[in-house]
Design a protein around this ligand. Structure first.
Ligand code: GCV
Length: 659
């Protein structure tokens, strides 16, 4: 299948030098990738093949790689000193050179040959992508085609994996887990001989781009693969099973990073079945991975998914914190806890997960989802960098001098070495990689933001637009407007004021206000004829008490609770007046009309680019914008009708609401 080059699309540029010389005094797979990329880029941009020999210094443009011995840049940082004639990329290791080179190529494409100096050291040690790819080729919550790692219970090793590795290395990703955290059926056998050969091939491709290969494992493997009658992490035979498997994987698969584990979560097996804690489970695996420098990434997405909707005390939002906080400090140094950004599940708006401020003596990783499971599934545009920016900037009040989420997950706040950011990725084998062409902005953006957590969403979008669509000012203006209005618009026409859900069960797409209301998943809005929202104050589920002060009090009082989260924390009457002067019900009507209009406006902004964007990309995205406009109107009408019917309160503006 053919596929686009996304943002690595090296189109001819204006100020092309007639010759390019490269001095790269390095050997090995990463150095080779650097050389190959420079050839590709210079041929595409300038129509010249760079020389790598002694004549390099005579070229009109020279690119020099210099190894820095000071240690200041670590393995991954770099300094670029550029002028129109020569560019020095100074780094402490080859990964730094690789990242520096990609930044140089971006600048050459976006701004031409200029004089500048940049220094960059990644904010986060781990910058990871998690694939939820299944062995049969399907992708759980995947909205851009099938897997390019697996098909028909086999691994596929193709050029596409190399191009994927190039793409994600260009944004600084250094770890990728290739299989779904729900490890079902034959996927459990990825840690056996059966998949060894293709796994080594993928690991080697990744290695050439500075990416460690990770696998999700099934905690019940001792029973399922080893024929034991238990998977108790404290059982000697179970320990022996894991030691043998883990030694084998690290010894025989080069560039292997470790494992991701979803345990005791949504039906996946875990230590609870044996009366053991998550620390027992994670540390046992970590003990065997440690001699190899391996990492165990343990997910905190643990909650009761068999809840009774009548039970108003049990609160899914509480569960991550309740299950893990008591184990702070117990996890081994090579365990990283992977925590979703919010306490529920990647909704369009959630408070920041209280574990970020809570677990000070544990390595933590922020998990976000660019697959847009609940934010339009790559059919609606929803540029998520503004949301991620807000999460990273959130002050946890956990006590350290610098204690935002960015400070914590970078390791700065509490001196942790193993930590970072991970995204559930949005790639598949679709022609454009990400289903919606504009969804690639989330992939690109996540990598850039994980590498440099100080970047603004606008700055990232500007770079992505230029690299993907070229530098036409109208394209830049319109696509920027679309991206920046997209998350607020999506929030407006879907569920209001932080309450979340209201989507069709299972598929998680399209409006269904009561879809999850009487279900077992702990996802309720509790709307009745008087009001809506979940009381999570001390008088309700008590979730607010999981935050330190002043956050606990701030959230517990409707007068100080940030309004965009009001219904997440409080059950409020429809007649409650917001700071805008509007009642909640009027806010619901207004935002739904506005959001649907904004969806139509985004379509219009795209249509203005008909002759300015490559025709195939234009057509692909246009079809999605048309769907989004219609679907946003459906959301508007369903939500407004529902609340009109149960509240009996009229829209002040007398607009059309169906009854
Ligand atoms: C991989 C949500 C999704 C599931 C996913 C789960 C998780 O519940 O709907 O498909 O499972 O999150 O993060 O493990």
């Amino acid at each position: 299948m053919t596929y686009t080059k996304a943002w690595l699309n090296y189109q001819p540029v204006k100020d092309a030098p007639k010759s390019v010389g490269v001095v790269l005094p390095e050997m090995g797979p990463i150095a080779e990738s650097i050389g190959q990329e420079l050839i590709l880029a210079c041929e595409g941009m300038y129509g010249v093949t760079p020389v790598f020999d002694g004549t390099a210094f005579m070229a009109e443009l020279q690119i020099l790689f210099i190894r820095d011995q000071s240690g200041d840049f670590g393995e991954e940082g770099y300094r670029i000193e550029a002028s129109p004639e020569s560019i020095n990329i100074i780094a402490g290791g080859q990964r730094g050179m690789l990242y520096g080179m990609f930044r140089v190529l971006e600048r050459l494409r976006l701004r031409g040959r200029k004089r500048y100096t940049i220094e960059s050291i990644p904010s986060n040690p781990f910058r990871m992508l998690d694939h939820w790819d299944n062995l049969d080729g399907s992708i759980e919550r995947g909205y851009s085609g099938l897997s390019f790692f697996f098909r028909d219970n086999e691994m596929t090793v193709t050029q596409r994996i190399r191009d994927y590795a190039r793409m994600v290395a260009s944004i600084g990703i250094n770890a990728v887990c290739i299989n779904n955290v729900n490890v079902r059926g034959v996927a459990a056998e990825l840690i056996t001989e059966r998949f060894r050969k293709p796994l080594i091939e993928v690991a080697e491709i990744f290695e050439a781009y500075g990416i460690k290969l990770y696998l999700s494992l099934n905690f019940a493997s001792p029973k399922r693969l080893g024929g034991l009658d238990t998977s108790d992490p404290c059982d000697e035979q179970v320990r022996a099973f894991w030691k043998e498997r883990i030694d084998d994987m690290f010894t025989n698969v080069p560039n292997f990073g470790g494992f991701v584990v979803k345990a005791d979560s949504e039906g996946e097996p875990g230590p609870f079945a044996y009366g053991r804690t998550h620390a027992d489970g994670a540390n046992m695996l970590a003990e065997f991975a440690a001699p190899h420098g391996g990492i165990i990434i343990w997910r905190c997405f643990v909650y009761n998914c068999q809840q009774d909707w009548r039970d108003q005390k049990t609160d899914r939002a509480r569960s991550g914190y309740d299950n893990f906080i008591g184990h702070d400090g117990e996890f081994a140094e090579n365990v990283i806890l992977q925590i979703k950004n919010g306490p529920m599940d990647f909704q369009v708006r959630e408070p920041v997960h209280p574990l970020f401020g809570g677990m000070k003596n544990t390595n933590l990783m922020l998990e976000v989802q660019i697959a847009q499971e609940y934010t339009g599934q790559q059919r609606h545009v929803c540029y998520l960098m503004p949301m991620f920016r807000g999460i990273l900037d959130f002050k946890t009040y956990s006590g350290a001098e610098a204690d935002t989420v960015a400070d914590i997950v970078s390791g700065r706040a509490y001196g942790n070495r193993n930590c970072g950011m991970v995204a559930v990725t949005n790639t598949g084998d679709d022609e454009n990689w990400t289903g919606h062409d504009l969804a690639a902005a989330n992939l690109y953006g996540f990598g850039r933001l994980a590498f440099d957590t100080t970047l603004s969403p606008e700055r990232i979008a500007e770079d992505w637009i230029g690299l993907t669509f070229g530098t036409d000012p109208k394209v830049k203006e319109n696509v920027m407007r679309i991206l920046m209005m997209s998350w607020p618009a999506y929030e407006k026409y879907t569920s209001p004021l932080g309450i979340g859900w209201m989507i069709k069960p299972s598929v998680h797409y399209g409006p269904d206000v009561e879809g999850y209301e009487y279900d077992r998943w702990g996802t309720y809005h509790r709307a009745n004829h008087m009001g809506i929202g979940v009381d999570r104050t001390p008088g309700g589920t008590g979730y607010t008490t999981q935050y330190p002060e002043p956050l606990a009090s701030l959230y517990a009082d409707p007068a100080t609770c940030p309004e965009e989260l009001l219904l997440f924390f409080h059950h409020m009457p429809y007649a409650h007046v917001l700071k805008s002067g509007k009642t909640i019900i009027q806010h619901i009507y207004d935002t739904h009309f506005e959001g649907a209009e904004e969806a139509a406006e985004m379509q219009k902004l795209w249509e203005e680019l008909e002759d300015l964007v490559e025709p195939a990309a234009y057509a692909r995205a246009l079809a999605r914008f048309q769907h989004q406009t219609e679907h946003a109107a459906e959301w508007r009408d369903r939500i407004n009708t529902y609340f009109h019917r149960i509240s009996w309160i009229e829209d002040e503006k007398g607009r059309k609401i169906y009854d």
